[in-house]
Design a protein around this ligand. Structure first.
Ligand code: ATP
Length: 234
């Protein structure tokens, strides 16, 4: 397996609050890794540290052999890491298609373009002329993921994608994540939703109070009921 991204013992602070403690993660090409943890465990902070929105005070983030610590978030996006934030920032007055086109990057090669996005997200094709703001929360979530894909990232970071979605939408999202993996994507997602994580992930890492406390294949994790109870309140 080819390692594409590694987080090496990062420590991240908000002011004087120490939030991440020696957090390490390895991400391999074409896998889905799930960072599981309760509210406030440090999932969003980990993602923000990977793309240098909250640069770590120590430790390194290495992407395709390149250390990202000295790069700005927009440069990291151009290098090929796409973050879909928890708070779904779409442009409400712009149409779905315009929102999607904003994510496209001229000159970047890859499989994702409008046609491909519409194939994987048929609902967006149907609504392409509607203002993004008129879509439901779940549809907006699809739009933010699709918009990020339009930039052909090599690694897609999805921050709690199932949060606030109806069970039907969670199912659709599951199909989409599995479809993206099938299409060759490398995905890191953060979740509290254990069932969803189990349905889409190859491996899991659990973060608790800013520490990585567990790493396993999904098969191992499914059997580890004690761990699920201890860290994830299932
Ligand atoms: P959630 O599901 O609630 O988003 P999370 O696992 O993503 O949880 P983070 O958002 O990374 O957790 O938060 C980790 C810790 O950092 C929490 O204790 C939180 O209160 C704190 N924190 C997050 N953002 C800030 C901030 N801007 N300033 C200070 N502390 C923050």
């Amino acid at each position: 397996m080819e390692k594409i991204l590694s987080v090496e013992k990062i420590n991240t602070y908000y002011g004087k609050s120490h939030i991440l403690f020696d957090v390490s993660l390895d991400i391999y090409k074409n896998e889905v890794l799930c960072l599981l943890g309760r509210n406030g465990a440090g999932k969003t902070t980990t993602f923000k540290s990977i793309v240098m929105l909250n640069p770590p005070a120590s430790g390194k983030v290495i992407f395709n052999g390149k250390c990202l610590n000295e790069f700005k978030p927009y440069q990291i996006f151009r290098l090929g890491i796409g973050l879909v934030p928890e708070d779904r920032r779409i442009f409400g007055p712009l149409t779905v298609k315009e929102n999607l086109m904003l994510g496209a990057r001229v000159g970047r090669k890859g499989i994702w373009n409008l046609d491909m996005v519409y194939k994987y997200f048929p609902i967006l094709k149907e609504y392409e002329s509607k203002p993004g703001g008129m879509l439901s929360g779940g549809e907006q979530q699809m739009l933010t993921i699709a918009r990020t894909l339009m930039g052909n990232p090599e690694v897609l970071l999805l921050d709690e994608p199932s949060e606030g979605l109806s069970p039907v939408m969670v199912n659709t999202l599951k199909e989409i994540v599995l479809g993206l993996k099938e299409a060759g994507a490398t995905i890191v997602l953060s979740e509290q939703h254990v069932k969803f994580a189990m349905a889409v992930s190859d491996r899991v890492s659990i973060i608790d109070k800013g520490h990585i406390v567990y790493e396993a294949s999904i098969e191992e994790f499914k059997k580890d009921l004690e761990i699920q109870k201890k860290y994830l309140a299932v």
